[in-house]
Design a protein around this ligand. Structure first.
Ligand SMILES: *[C@@H]1O[C@H](CO)[C@@H](O)[C@H](O)[C@H]1NC(C)=O
Ligand SMILES: *[C@@H]1O[C@H](CO)[C@@H](O)[C@H](O)[C@H]1NC(C)=O
Ligand SMILES: *[C@@H]1O[C@H](CO)[C@@H](O)[C@H](O)[C@H]1NC(C)=O
Ligand SMILES: *[C@@H]1O[C@H](CO)[C@@H](O)[C@H](O)[C@H]1NC(C)=O
Length: 265
């Protein structure tokens, strides 16, 4: 399934690719109505698409959803956690084939809150090429404990340490980097942890993660909501659909309020 993108006639500035599971309809509806709403911010177009694999049980409903919203990218691999790398590569392939004229691509998940306006503002101050940014994980070792969700055997990954990577909760690539990652993925053996896999591709390409700001803007855990806190972050994790709606409404209502240390307009 392909979305309706209009990339050739109106290239977006930022494409948000949100990994989603078949039964997360409520999360997708919420994202469409809140932070993922297609819009223009700082004069730049931002669009959101959802990445899904196949599950027979929900396919008809998903087809209906796709014909209504035209924002779903799907291929016929089994939708499962250890196929997440396939899902993200599908997104990068889509950008490479159908939307290479975008400036940036963000990969994120459906339990995140993304402050897209602030992200766009920060990206406007950056180079348009060679960018890979997010919450950087350095010197991480494979988990060798079998009962762990992130267990990795020595056969899957014999080395002691992972290359630097950005947490899969939210990372941003410039479009050239997205295309190069997709291109090189053909020769990097499959690895089930998606964010580590992207790190492996980038290590091969010799691209280092960069900082988007001197302060932390990508949060990989839950962040206690306040208008001023959320105005100044890019991602917060573990956000339920009803919470995303409350946060969104609060941010809208407080649009004219000032926060300590506000950036001057
Ligand atoms: C999908 O749409 C068709 C046609 O509108 C409808 O008959 C069908 O019940 C819908 N299926 C689901 C699962 O929503
Ligand atoms: C990933 O998808 C492929 C293709 O559908 C399937 O054969 C495989 O079993 C899936 N892997 C996992 C771990 O679900
Ligand atoms: C942008 O790219 C130029 C040329 O490659 C480089 O000199 C400069 O440091 C880069 N700026 C940032 C903020 O990364
Ligand atoms: C893709 O990879 C091939 C070789 O593996 C290389 O020749 C080509 O320049 C690459 N294209 C891009 C866009 O990086």
């Amino acid at each position: 399934m392909l979305p309706n993108s209009r990339c050739e006639t109106r290239p977006p500035f930022l494409v948000l690719l949100v990994t989603s599971a078949q039964d997360q309809l409520e999360a997708r509806s919420t994202i469409r109505q809140t932070w993922g709403r297609a819009r223009t911010t700082h004069g730049k177009r931002v669009v959101t698409y959802f990445l899904l694999g196949y599950s027979r049980e929900h396919q008809e409903q998903l087809q209906n959803e796709s014909s209504l919203h035209k924002d779903i990218i799907q291929k016929d691999f089994t939708d499962s956690y250890y196929n997440l790398t396939l899902k993200v590569l599908m997104g990068l392939e889509w950008v490479d084939r159908f939307c290479p004229s975008t400036s940036f691509v963000m990969k994120t998940d459906s339990d995140m809150f993304v402050n897209v306006d602030y992200l766009a503002e920060l990206l406007l101050g950056m180079n348009r090429t060679n960018i890979f940014t997010g919450f950087v994980m350095r010197n991480f070792k494979p988990v060798r404990c079998k009962s762990n969700k992130w267990f990795v055997s020595e056969q899957e990954y014999p080395q002691e340490k992972y290359p630097p990577f950005c947490s899969g909760t939210g990372y941003v690539l410039s479009a050239d980097v997205a295309s190069r990652v997709w291109n090189i993925s053909g020769i990097i053996p499959y690895f089930k942890l998606e964010d580590v896999y992207i790190g492996m591709c980038l290590a091969e390409l010799k691209i280092e993660p960069v900082k988007i700001h001197s302060q932390r803007k990508f949060h990989i855990g839950k962040v206690k909501f306040s208008v001023c806190k959320f105005r100044n972050l890019v991602t917060a994790h573990k956000v339920k659909p009803y919470e995303a709606r409350i946060y969104w409404k609060a941010l809208e209502l407080a649009a004219n309020e000032h926060c300590p240390g506000d950036r001057t307009a």
